[in-house]
Every structure is written in structure tokens, then in C-alpha cells.
Design a protein around this ligand. Structure first.
Ligand code: FE2
Ligand code: FE2
Length: 290
């Protein structure tokens, strides 16, 4: 707004928002600047009340189509594709400057095997679907999903070295290094999300760090990522479909089932069980019996 006021002499400025945004506009940074210099035009969205706004605005006739900028951004971030609803000139600018996560996709394609990259996209897609059901911000869910395996391209010894070099704190670090260093990839992915991709949201970083072994204090986003990781559409083992369907109805039950599958798979593979995974199981079973 300040840029437009400086750049043009007495500009006619219009701010087009949906009713979802309109109800919250007074909480934006320096909202009075907007109200003083712009005409707010509101498009009605189905499912949102038209609360009387405390500032002047004009309603457009009819309803907005089922589109929103956050949905478009989440779509681009989840699959690296720009939907047809974005005008070609804007799509070109997004591609040219690798906006809205296209730079993340370029990095992941360069550092992960193709099937791992596809898995990341599918986890992001499923996290988005679950975020709708469990009222979690779709952009944070997609961000956690697309970045959750960013560190998966490293070998075991490289993960150990990376954690040591960057002082990444991991519970049971020595045991994990000795027994199953691949488990470190979730902590390395969280580090990459923060430092390589400038993710500031602690909820996202925690969800990424917890996606393999869980924790005793999992947020809704952490649960979504844990479940999406084990049951995304690229997962072909027989229980993936079951967990996916369960997740759409009851996230906690799906989490319990996912933790169970993970433990049994580890035992069947004759691999070491990390105490964090056992703690998660005991915690979930206790909750279930409450
Ligand atoms: Fe992973
Ligand atoms: Fe994964």
C-alpha cells in the first residue's frame, strides 16, 4: 500500500478480498492505512458469515468461486505444478522466480531419488486433505509434507556426520547412530526445513522431526504428518489403504494403527526398536484406555 501511494499520484486502490478475509481484516498490520486509502471490495464465499465489518466496504454480487490464494499456493507447494486457474502471465512470473515452493521442488528433485520425490508430493497431498478435516492450516500441512524427507538423500554415515557438524540434538543419538542411523533423517529434514528453506513455524519443524518416531506431545499437524507418511497414495503395502481411510474418520485411531504397523514392521524386519517408538506406543495405548 505504501509503495503504491509513493509510486503513483492519488491512485485509486481497490483491495479485493473474500468474506473469510474480510472478517479478519481489522487484525492485519496497520489496517487503518488500508481503510484510509483503499476501497475494500468483498466477494462472498459460501460457508462464511457476512459479519458486519467496522470499515467501509462494498460487496460484489453473487459468490466467489471455490478458489482461494492459500489453496493455490498450497497446490503449487504440494506438487510443484501451477493450476490452470492461475493466469498465464502470473504463472510465468511464479515459474521464473521459483515462487511458492517451486525452489523447494527444484532442490528436492536434485537431492532425492525420483520415487522419494514422488512420495514427498503424495505425503503433502494427503496432509492437505487431512488438514481440511482436522482444521489445520493447509499451507503448514503441505509445507511439513513436502519437506518431511528432505534429508532422506543422505546415507547413514552422512546423516551421522551432518548431525554432528550442525549440533542437531537427537534423543538416544548414540544408540541410533550405532543401530539405525537412517532414523536421523527426520531430524536432518527438520534442520534443512529451517536453515535451507527458511521455515520458521515451530509446529512444522516439530512435525517433520517427529514424523518417524513420534513424540509424547504430538500436535494435530504432527499426527497428520505421521499418518500421511505411512499411508500416502504411493504406499502400496496392504494396510496403507486402511490407515488412509481411518485417518479421514478418526486421526487418533489412525495414529495408533500407524504406530502399531511401524513397530510390527520393525520387529518383522529384525531391526532395532528405538525407545522413542516404544514410548509413543505406550503413550497412545494409555490414552486409548482413558
Ligand atoms: Fe521419513
Ligand atoms: Fe516419508
Amino acid at each position: 500500500m505504501q509503495y503504491l501511494l509513493k509510486r503513483y499520484k492519488n491512485p485509486d486502490i481497490y483491495l479485493l478480498v473474500g468474506t473469510d478475509c474480510l472478517n479478519d481484516l481489522h487484525n492485519w498490520k496497520n489496517p487503518q492505512v488500508i481503510f484510509d486509502h483503499a476501497t475494500v471490495i468483498a466477494g462472498k464465499r459460501r460457508g462464511y458469515n457476512e459479519n458486519p465489518a467496522q470499515f467501509k466496504h462494498v460487496f460484489l454480487p453473487g459468490f466467489f468461486p471455490k478458489l482461494s490464494s492459500s489453496r493455490v499456493r498450497a497446490h503449487i507447494l504440494s506438487c510443484g505444478d501451477i493450476p490452470d486457474t492461475v493466469p498465464p502471465q502470473i504463472a510465468d512470473t511464479i515459474r521464473k522466480h521459483k515462487l511458492y515452493g517451486l525452489s523447494i521442488h527444484a532442490w528436492l528433485k536434485a537431492h532425492l531419488k525420483p520415487n522419494r520425490y514422488l512420495h514427498s508430493c503424495k505425503v503433502a497431498e494427503m496432509a492437505a486433505a487431512l488438514s481440511d478435516i482436522y482444521d489445520v492450516n493447509v499451507e503448514t500441512a503441505v509445507r511439513a509434507g513436502i519437506l518431511h524427507d528432505a534429508g532422506k538423500g543422505f546415507s547413514g554415515p552422512e546423516l551421522v556426520e551432518f548431525c554432528r557438524t550442525h549440533n542437531i540434538r537427537v534423543p538416544f543419538f548414540d544408540d541410533i547412530c550405532r543401530q539405525e542411523p537412517s532414523l536421523l533423517h527426520s531430524f536432518v529434514s527438520a534442520w534443512l526445513a529451517k536453515h535451507e528453506f527458511d521455515t520458521k513455524d515451530k509446529n512444522v519443524l516439530n512435525a517433520i522431526a517427529e514424523h518417524t518416531l513420534g513424540s509424547l506431545h504430538m500436535s494435530e499437524l504432527s499426527k497428520i504428518l505421521f499418518v500421511a507418511d505411512i499411508s500416502s497414495k504411493d504406499r502400496k503395502y496392504k494396510d496403507a489403504f486402511l490407515i488412509r481411510n481411518l485417518a479421514m474418520q478418526d486421526l487418533d485411531k489412525a495414529l495408533l494403527y500407524a504406530a502399531n504397523r511401524k513397530l510390527l514392521f520393525t520387529i518383522d524386519s529384525q531391526k532395532w526398536l528405538c525407545p522413542l517408538g516404544i514410548d509413543l506406543w505406550n503413550h497412545l495405548i494409555k490414552q486409548e484406555k482413558l
